[in-house]
Ligand binder design. Structure first.
Ligand code: NAD
Ligand code: UGA
Length: 463
């Protein structure tokens, strides 16, 4: 079966970049990315490629090549579903904020809405691909909805989780470690799997395209994120031990990472992992384990989150205790708000929680981030609901220039590992801040020797 027309529901961090690369590599397939968010679609169609809704290195060049050739963005979801042979579901699956499983389970209402819309509109057979990260066995629920329309239309459900990381999305899509496709073991299932394999095989070596049953594919995505986050929590646990023993966490990471069985990646100690997925997906895994009565399994994975919360809290606590146990009325500068460098995404960023803790102590925070907008930062704080929007705007300011952000500050905290922070004129910054001059480096980004020689009191995670 040769796919000619693809629809992707959800033009977010995953749908947008993934479909852009798919379109670039498959010029003979028409790909339509649809979303209910009109503003987002307008931004994807913006003539100024610097105004795309998400920032990813290399993305605008690819959009520029494929858009209006075989890549289209619009809001007419039904038309796109009707025309497509293959439909990707790439909508958000946040943690539930209400009802059963509140605070843990994945909220599948957006996915279910997609399934119902597909069921309503489809007049010809379709392959439905789960691109969103979903609890194991979700395909069954989607199948139940699709198979009960009475229209006689046949559906095949595939699981094709996405492993891209933000900030490196395009490189990850162009050169993935693997592509995972789960499908039914029937002849129709195999045919559907083959159709999707062919699309990826236009640029990815076949040996990297892994096919499994649906449940293994769905579960592998949650497990991959849980293992990655576990490494960060593990090294962050060790960072606290380093701080009290005189060991240096970077040296420990290097020493253990050279063991090929452990490997060097994902051992960078930090102020805590953020991002839209690690916490959500582990909570989801914990919830699934609990649902099956596997309490030891649930507790084991929950510890990864507990450690991460601890890491964020102790970073804030250390700032307060070092500044003589009070930050009330003191200006504290945040360099970075995004959850990692090279992205404008702030979802679950450690910066939000550290700021909130310091604002509870009446600190006055000034934020500079090269890519995150003022509006986004206030939305993040307002969403917490800790204090009124007016109070948030009174206690926290956002500035567009780093030297201005640092001027007359009592302390500087580095929350995101943006490369440009390393290049600043730190002598100039030292001259402009209140003495003693403190830096709290949540990313171990700066050169301790140089910074201390200038005169700063320098505290870095893990040393
Ligand atoms: P996102 O919030 O950026 O995008 C989702 C989009 O879906 C939104 O624009 C929303 O308006 C749209 N949407 C929701 N319901 C819709 C509907 N019924 N019809 C049309 N559009 C609808 O989310 P994201 O970061 O792209 O994540 C999507 C999924 O991919 C999640 O399950 C996530 O766990 C997973 N994932 C994310 C990443 C990542 O790096 N962000 C990586 C791998 C997997
Ligand atoms: C992560 C996974 O890496 C992707 O494979 C996955 O597809 C994605 O989640 C998802 O499902 O959403 P992402 O969250 O975009 O990608 O970014 P990561 O590079 O994994 O970083 C996550 C967080 O961990 C960041 O806050 C980062 O600063 C932190 N981190 C990462 C560390 O503190 N130390 C490290 O060594 C690595």
């Amino acid at each position: 079966m040769k796919i000619k027309n693809i629809c992707c529901i959800g033009a977010g961090y995953v749908g947008g970049p993934t479909m852009s690369v798919l379109a670039q590599k498959n010029p003979d397939i028409k790909i339509t990315v649809v979303d209910i968010n009109q503003d987002r679609i307008n931004s994807w169609n913006d003539e100024n490629l610097n105004d795309l809704p998400i920032y990813e290195p290399g993305l605008k060049e690819i959009v520029n090549e494929a858009r209006d050739r075989n890549l289209f963005f619009h809001t007419d979801v039904e038309k796109a579903i009707d025309e497509a042979d293959m439909i990707f579901i790439s909508v958000n699956t946040p943690t539930k904020t209400y009802g059963k499983g509140k605070g843990m389970a994945a909220d599948l209402k957006y996915v279910e809405l997609c399934a119902r819309q597909i069921a309503k509109v489809a007049k010809s057979d379709k392959i439905v691909v789960e691109k969103s990260t979903l609890p194991v066995r979700t395909a069954q629920a989607i199948k139940n909805i699709l198979d009960n329309t009475g229209s006689g239309v046949k559906f095949q459900i595939l699981s094709n989780p996405e492993f891209l990381a933000e900030g490196t999305a395009i490189q990850d899509l162009l050169h993935p470690d693997r592509v995972l496709i789960g499908g039914e073991e029937s002849p129709e299932g195999k045919e559907a799997i083959d159709a999707l394999v062919e699309i990826y095989a236009t640029w990815i070596p076949k040996e990297k395209i892994l096919t499994t049953n649906v449940w293994s594919s769905e579960l592998s995505k949650l497990v991959a994120n849980a293992f990655l986050a576990q490494r960060v929590s593990s090294i962050n646990a060790i960072s606290e031990l380093c701080e009290v023993t005189g060991a240096d966490v970077n040296e420990v990471s290097r020493a253990i990472g050279m063991d090929s069985r452990i490997g060097p990646k994902f051992l960078k100690s930090s102020v805590g992992f953020g991002g839209s997925c690690f916490q959500k997906d582990i909570l989801n895994l914990v919830y699934i384990a609990k649902t099956y009565g596997l309490h030891e399994v649930a507790d084991y994975w929950e510890q990864v989150i507990i450690m991460n919360d601890h890491q964020k809290r102790r970073f804030a606590d250390n700032i307060v205790s070092t500044l003589y146990n009070t930050v009330s009325g003191k200006k504290i500068t945040f360099l970075g708000w995004a959850f990692k460098k090279d992205t404008n995404d702030t979802r679950e960023s450690a910066a939000i929680y550290v700021a909130d803790a310091l604002m509870n102590e009446q600190a006055e925070i000034t934020v500079y981030d090269p890519k995150v907008s003022e509006e986004r930062i206030y939305e993040d704080l307002d969403y917490l609901g800790t204090r009124s929007p007016e109070e948030n705007r009174k206690l926290l300011k956002v500035v567009k220039e780093p030297y201005e952000a640092c001027n007359e500050s009592h302390a500087i905290a580095i929350l995101t590992e943006w490369d440009e922070f390393k290049e600043y004129d730190w002598q100039k910054i030292y001259d402009s801040v209140i003495k003693p001059a403190f830096i709290f480096d949540g990313r171990k980004l700066l050169n301790p020797k140089e910074i201390k020689e200038i005169g700063f009191e320098y505290y870095a995670i893990g040393s």
